[in-house]
Design a protein around this ligand. Structure first.
Ligand code: NI
Length: 207
């Protein structure tokens, strides 16, 4: 039996715990905008877009000015992540009660080949009566995705006749001036999202 083994084991255990504690500290450490919730947002995220909504009408970012918007990038064929997150967004808006009327939920498709306005019009009411579905040409979607730093690509599996899309799953909160005020990670509890939105509203009302 190697007499050094227990020392190595103890050292490893300490190292693992220290690393865990360090990770925890990093998570617990409040971000700069902790007062308003969500993730710190790079000022360069967001911008103008021109797309087509689920009713077939052309829409720019101006449509959402004067209200808050919760924007999610996804696609209707998504088996799991997108429906979950769209459901959470709807719950967050419900959680806000009357204040929720000042928030427009929006889904921008990153799969414009499948997500025609017709397909979106069947899909969006499943999540929220006011959910706006947006799609566009390949170039229009590429442009808005780049502005929001959304990454997506088509995944073809030879075992299936259909394709899936890989994509980033953040929810973006736009303030009434059209600026990205917060970002929420996939899986952020609806109550947390609602609370962050409420705080943004308070800060804005008092500012
Ligand atoms: Ni998805």
């Amino acid at each position: 039996m190697n007499r050094k083994l227990p020392i190595i084991v103890v050292t490893l255990v300490v190292a693992v715990f220290a690393f865990g504690a360090w990770l925890n500290l990093r998570v617990v450490e409040p971000p700069e905008n902790a007062a308003v919730g969500g993730l710190v947002v790079n000022v360069n995220i967001g911008g103008d877009f021109a797309l087509t909504d689920h009713k077939g009408e052309r829409v720019t970012q101006k449509r959402f000015l004067g209200k808050y918007a919760l924007i999610y990038f996804g696609y209707t064929f998504c088996p799991d992540v997108c429906p979950t997150e769209l459901g959470e967004m709807a719950l967050a808006i419900d959680e806000l009660g009357a204040e929720g009327d000042a928030v427009t939920p929006v889904m921008i498709s990153i799969d414009p080949v499948r997500d025609t306005p017709e397909v979106l019009s069947e899909y969006v009411p499943l999540f929220h009566e006011r959910l706006v579905g947006l799609t566009g040409t390949y170039a229009e979607i590429k442009d808005v995705a780049e502005k929001y730093r959304v990454f997506y690509h088509r995944v073809d599996d030879p075992n299936y006749t259909y394709y899936l899309m890989d994509h980033t799953s953040f929810v973006y909160l736009l303030d009434p001036a059209g600026k990205v005020a917060s970002m929420f990670r996939y899986g952020t509890p609806p109550e947390e999202m609602a609370e962050a939105i409420r705080q943004h509203m308070r800060v804005r009302d008092n500012g």
